[in-house]
Design a protein around this ligand. Structure first.
Ligand SMILES: *Cc1c(COP(=O)(O)O)cnc(C)c1O
Length: 433
């Protein structure tokens, strides 16, 4: 009997694939089916489209203050360095093919000297990549199953969704919280820096200056977190994507400013927000030699060995011109241009803060981060406020509830915009009173 006949007979008999044939099919990672449909940005788009259909004339005035993407051009210093590097690729003598997976020494050394001067971080602790979003997701490759994982609420959704995909959670409940994750509530009362958990956790995601709340953690608060991690043998995954926006020198820009962090913290940084590299793509992860995890039998293993192995197996290095562009961010000219960019966005943030305060709203963030986190008026929900701003001022904001249950009652305004747009948003807000 031919194989086809056999399968035909069976499928007529059972109307399904026989069990022993199932393994020849491509099985999916069913954890993906636990993911709540990407709700926030599609829902924003749906409401904006509905408004545009209903009010086409007014919709021409729409200003988007919702998305966390930069608006100002890439610094000249970085563009010139990238052009030069592209030309090098066009000459047999200076051509470069695959580079080191961890990044070129010129960039790793430049990062160690400029971003971590005096903090005990060496070029060899730095792993260059094409983005912090990927790094903060990919890091789960080096951790085993069964870890207790804590995230803040509200949260940058990448930390949560990558844990769902990796099978580290159960299903989501009504509030969108996944079983198995520990949510650390960030509220106005705690200044959006969560209390240290009572229980023992193994991995903790912290992001300061914070997206979405724009708030920062003080040195004392970070000292408490590091002490907790050391005591509980936990690893802190510290996202410092917004460090360049810190204006107050008493606020740490790196977790490695805290004593003991070299034993318990991994730091993610990116050129996306300081250098306007969201479309260029370059970032890095820092793992000092002394950060370890343990095997089931209790053996300590340096995490950097695992990450190095992962990087060289699954990644072939960031592009050479891009790494030259990133290096140029640390040149004298590059630093001056970055300072101007930061000043531009932080002035926007100040204007937006003042406009919201002028409306009588409570405001957080925006002083050391490019996001302003605003409390909705009494009795108005995040989405209610979103609609009010859309219909009343044609301004698109991001509802806080989209970042987690604890974001209800707040909305985020991004300072990533042109000055002209920000000034117009402020005028419109003042006429909304
Ligand atoms: C923008 C941002 C990053 C940077 O991501 P890239 O992939 O490097 O562009 C990282 N973390 C947070 C919280 C961000 O908002």
């Amino acid at each position: 009997m031919a194989r086809g006949d056999f399968v035909g007979v069976i499928s007529i008999a059972t109307r399904a694939w026989p069990r022993y044939l199932v393994p020849i099919m491509a099985r999916i990672n069913e954890n993906f089916q636990k993911l709540k449909a990407g709700y926030l940005f599609p829902e924003i788009a749906r409401r904006v489209n509905a408004y545009t259909d209903a009010e086409p004339e007014k919709a021409k005035r729409l200003i988007r203050c919702g998305i966390g993407d930069v608006t100002e051009p890439v610094p000249v210093a970085a563009r010139e360095a990238m052009k030069k590097a592209v030309d090098e690729l066009g000459d047999r003598g200076s051509f470069r093919g695959y580079g080191p997976e961890q990044g070129y020494p010129f960039l790793r050394e430049s990062i160690a000297q400029n971003a971590y001067e005096g903090l005990g971080i060496e070029a060899g602790d730095i792993y260059v990549s094409d983005g912090s979003k990927c790094d903060s997701g990919n890091i789960l490759d080096i951790f085993g199953q069964g870890n207790k994982i804590a995230v803040t609420d509200p949260v940058y959704p990448v930390y949560v969704d990558t844990n769902v995909m990796a099978g580290n959670t159960g299903e989501a409940n009504e509030a969108g919280e996944y079983e198995g994750l520990i949510y650390l509530k960030c509220t106005a009362e705690n200044g959006f820096v969560p209390a240290i958990p009572e229980e023992k956790v193994d991995l903790i995601y912290l992001c300061y200056p914070n997206n979405p709340t724009g708030t920062t953690a003080t040195r004392e608060q970070l000292e408490e977190w590091v002490a907790y991690a050391l005591k509980n043998d936990a690893v802190i995954l510290y996202d410092a994507a917004y460090e360049a926006f810190v204006q107050d020198d008493s606020i740490p820009r790196s977790i490695y400013e805290i004593e003991g962090a070299h034993k318990c913290a991994i730091e993610f940084r990116s050129f996306s927000k300081n250098g306007g590299f969201t479309g260029v793509r370059c970032a890095y992860t820092v793992i000092p030699e002394t950060v370890t995890g343990s095997t089931g039998s209790g053996e300590r293993v340096p995490l950097k060995d695992l990450w190095g192995r992962r990087h060289s197996t699954k990644f072939n290095g960031a592009s050479y011109p891009v790494q030259r562009g990133a290096e140029a961010i640390y040149s004298e000219a590059g630093k001056a241009e970055v300072a101007e960019l930061v000043k531009h966005y932080m002035t926007n943030a100040k204007l937006l803060r003042e406009a919201c305060e002028g409306l009588g709203l409570k405001v957080w963030g925006g002083e050391n981060a490019p996001y302003v986190w605003v409390g909705c008026p009494e009795g108005v929900t995040s989405w209610g406020m979103f609609d009010k701003m859309l219909e009343g001022a044609q301004v698109v904001v991001t509802p806080g509830a989209g970042f987690g249950a604890a974001g209800e009652g707040f909305f985020r305004i991004s300072a990533f915009n042109s000055r002209e747009n920000v000034e117009e948003v402020c005028r419109r807000l003042s006429s909304m009173v």
